[in-house]
Design a protein around this ligand. Structure first.
Ligand code: SF4
Length: 335
């Protein structure tokens, strides 16, 4: 892989990851040649519209795939563990112990008939051999850590007795219970109102510092990215089309898709120009246009874009983009 774009110890290294759906009459490539890395104590955002392959990438990394999905990769390392050679059972143990996934739908992820304390405590009983009393104590500590008021009382309550934001905090508590080095948060704030969303992002931000976790934050929301991401990878039609440190990508995008995403956010557009909506919609995985997959929607497309796929390559220090016209974009040349 190219050198990692961070000098922090790696929590996750992915190179050449492809995911293919094999269940239908033809194989459908959902993710192609994704390379990314997440350092300890770092938040990397994976940004893109729905259907871009973000969540499929996350599930492939976690090993949460069914028998109709094939995962290929050149490198897939969790710290010092080679995930390409682990057994299903080893991968299952790694989930929770060393890597965790937080999803957006907290209510369906929690068991409605068990108290929060029992659900968190079970992790300590199963993975750490803790007694019921020890597990309860850990659960109370964790609820306090993620900002649940009165954890000593609330530990005995059931999921429906908590608000959506509090349930999301509980899911995060469960995900970090065993202090994994790597956490994937897949649209963790989508269902929440703006204030609670900000609180959850603050919580994730503080946890990566307190626990030194690497966090891969999957989102379609640029506001979320600007809040907490150190670095950013933008996905389109199953491929990463731009990578780099979040500030420079968001200030000076090198790919028209990133630029279009930025200009479709009212606040960003006010700073940088007209509000733009991206015409059309992302292609479904089985119908990705040839060459540059964005050419059917791109206001900068030229002939070569329809015939030659641009490789993801360095365009500036610490920056990669897959576009024939990245340099023009970076130099501010109008299309
Ligand atoms: Fe647009 Fe061409 Fe760049 Fe693709 S390669 S993003 S079509 S300018």
């Amino acid at each position: 892989m190219g050198a990692p774009l961070t000098d922090r110890p790696a929590a996750l290294r992915v190179q050449g990851l492809s995911v293919t759906f094999t269940g239908g009459p033809i194989e459908i490539p959902a993710v192609r040649d994704v390379t990314l890395d997440v350092g300890r104590g770092e938040v990397v955002a994976l940004l893109g519209e729905s259907g871009s392959g973000k969540s499929v990438t996350a599930r492939a990394v976690m090993g949460l795939i069914d028998e109709h999905t094939r995962v290929d990769a050149e490198v897939l390392m969790l710290g010092d563990v080679d995930l390409l050679t682990t057994t299903t059972e080893q991968r299952r143990r790694l989930r929770g112990e060393r890597m965790s996934l937080v999803l957006q739908d907290a209510l369906s992820a929690l068991n409605p008939v068990l108290t929060i304390g029992d659900q968190i405590g079970e992790l300590f009983r199963v993975h750490r051999g803790a007694s019921r009393k020890q597990a309860r104590r850990h659960a109370i500590e964790l609820l306090g850590l993620v900002g649940i008021p009165g954890p000593g009382q609330r530990v005995d309550e059931y999921p429906h007795q908590f608000s959506g934001g509090m349930r999301q905090r509980i899911l995060i508590a469960m995900a970090i219970a065993l202090e994994p080095e790597f956490l994937i948060a897949d649209e963790p704030t989508t269902a929440l109102d703006v204030t609670v969303q900000a609180q959850i992002l603050e919580l994730l931000d503080s946890l990566r510092t307190t626990l030194g976790m690497g966090i891969l934050l999957i989102t379609h929301d640029l506001g979320v990215v600007t809040e907490v991401a150190d670095r950013l990878a933008v996905m389109y039609a199953g491929r990463v089309v731009e990578r780099g440190d979040a500030d420079s990508v968001l200030t000076r995008p090198a790919h028209p898709y990133t630029e279009a995403l930025l200009r479709s956010v009212p606040q960003a557009a006010q700073r940088g120009g007209d509000l733009l909506t991206i015409p059309g919609s992302p292609p479904s995985p089985g119908q990705v246009p040839p060459a540059c997959s964005f050419h059917t929607r791109c206001h900068m497309a030229i002939e070569v874009c329809r015939t030659v796929r641009p490789p993801l390559e360095p365009v500036a220090a610490g920056r990669l983009a897959a576009c024939h016209r990245s340099q023009e974009l970076l130099n501010g040349v109008p299309a």
